[in-house]
Write a protein that binds this ligand. Structure first.
Ligand code: 5AD
Ligand code: SF4
Length: 443
């Protein structure tokens, strides 16, 4: 009987991409996707370390995995439990201490070694294998070819970060910046398109600092790559995420004018509206330079709308600093955003800064910010009622005969649609809207 795998993914889109690549690798090795954890011979947790809560979730899920492993053992079934991702890179020893039944663990840069590690474990040579190398080789050179899972795909073009924002673990877990060569990216994109992708979202922790080499060894920027991508036959939608405001250059801004398939929606995390806090965060932008970049982008494409990330309660943040964040939110009129309470991460400079903000104040500020962000999101969604959008259908709806798709602005749209429309782009007239989604009719 074929063995089955189950992967649970936490955190960012890069982890979603990594999990997909690991799943492809396992399928190449003969594994099949399990419907649930209890039928899986291999359970893999792909983890996130960005905030404390995300990391803690892993340990409660591992406890549950052990119970399932024991239940399966009573039925005479073996279970391998593995942990991947950023928690491993940051806390490898903790994992084996707190969950000694974990069979293997590896960081985000070494998952191409999965077949090798599984072989070691199955031959009973090793257990508790941990691999947190920052390897000299690029995992991308060792992974089997990527395949599309639907109409919409992620494609990692860059990894790691050299920015060292004082609150962030990414430079420590994902390492220094690495950009994949242009030709590798184009090859993967062609494969994704050939297997059914209409939309590609180019991924990187700091995607707009992309500097991959072309065939002649010349370093090329993200704008060059976007233009190359736009030439690909069959690609209908193009996105890139996540960008760093200070690295948005004029070439990139021009892309938002020139490239028709580049979607009019950009995630550009600002984190705070206060220059004092931005400086303490070691961000290389001010509120003024950020606003200027947004203005230039909107001048390049007047239809462009923005989304962002925010942190409230960073050490030293006063009521006045927070007011500046609220003021920026109202100036930019984000149509969508993520916001978080500052979370102390071990080993980062901000964790030991003075003037840590009490939890109660963080919570109050987060409530105020999120209320306003949801209002703005709702306002934009309501404005969409009566308009017609291209919608790429991606998943089944809750009711039979319904599909859920996305507009160019990433809003979810529920519509009555036949199953053959899955993975396709259709014109949809928006009939109603809530804060979180739209309902429409295929025309
Ligand atoms: N605490 C809270 N939020 C954080 N982020 C990153 N590190 C932290 C932290 N220590 C947020 C930032 C980033 C997003 C991915 O997560 O807003 O843009
Ligand atoms: Fe973290 Fe800052 Fe790099 Fe983003 S830019 S990954 S927040 S260090």
């Amino acid at each position: 009987m074929e063995e089955k795998y189950f992967i649970k993914t936490y955190g960012c889109q890069m982890n979603v991409y990594d999990s997909h690549r690991m799943a492809m690798m396992l399928e190449d090795m003969g594994y099949q996707k399990a419907q649930n954890q209890s039928e899986a011979d291999l359970v893999l947790f792909n983890t996130c370390h960005i905030r404390e809560k995300a990391a803690e979730k892993l340990f409660s899920d591992l406890g549950r995995a052990l119970i399932i492993k024991n239940e399966r053992a009573e039925r005479g079934l073996k279970t391998i439990i593995g942990v991947a991702g950023c928690v491993v890179q940051a806390e490898d020893e903790q994992i084996l201490k707190r969950a000694p039944y974990v069979d293997f663990a590896f960081g985000p840069l070494t998952y191409h070694r999965l077949p090798e590690i599984l072989k070691q474990i199955k031959n009973k040579k090793e257990s508790g294998v941990v691999d947190t190398d920052f390897p000299p080789e690029s995992k991308f050179d060792f992974l089997p070819e990527n395949k599309a899972e639907g109409g919409c795909s992620f494609l990692a073009i860059q990894e790691g970060c050299n920015n060292f924002c004082t609150y962030c673990v990414v430079p420590y877990t994902r390492g220094v910046e690495y950009s994949r060569p242009v030709e590798d990216v184009i090859k993967e994109a062609k494969k994704l398109i050939a297997t059914g992708t209409l939309e590609i979202n180019l991924l990187g922790q700091n995607v707009n600092s992309y500097h991959g080499e072309d065939q002649n060894g010349k370093e090329r920027n993200l704008a060059y790559l976007l233009n190359k991508m736009a030439e690909l036959d069959g690609l209908k939608r193009l996105r890139y995420t996540t960008s760093y405001p200070a690295d948005v250059d004029d070439d990139l801004i021009k892309c938002h004018h020139d490239i028709g398939i580049l979607m009019p929606y950009l995630h550009l995390p600002v984190q705070s509206g206060s220059n004092k806090i931005l400086k303490a965060m070691n961000r290389r932008h001010t509120r003024e330079t950020y606003i200027e970049v947004v203005q230039k982008l909107k001048a390049a494409n007047p239809k462009l709308e923005m989304s962002s990330d925010f942190i409230v309660g960073f050490p030293g943040e006063t009521d006045e600093d927070f007011e500046e964040t609220m003021d920026l939110v109202n100036k930019i009129q984000y149509i969508q955003a993520f916001s978080f309470k500052y979370s102390k991460r071990p080993g980062t400079p901000a964790a030991t800064m003075e003037n840590q903000v009490p939890e109660k104040i963080k919570k109050e500020r987060l409530d105020i910010l999120q209320t306003r962000l949801f209002e703005l999101q709702d306002k934009f969604n309501q404005k969409c009622v009566g308009q017609v959008f291209d919608v790429l259908f991606e998943q089944n709806g809750r009711h039979k005969g319904q599909l859920i798709g996305r507009t160019p602005y990433m809003q979810n749209v529920h519509a009555v649609a036949s199953s053959d429309m899955m993975g396709k782009i259709k014109q949809v007239k928006i009939l109603s809207a809530t804060t979180n989604s739209l309902t429409g009719k295929v025309i």
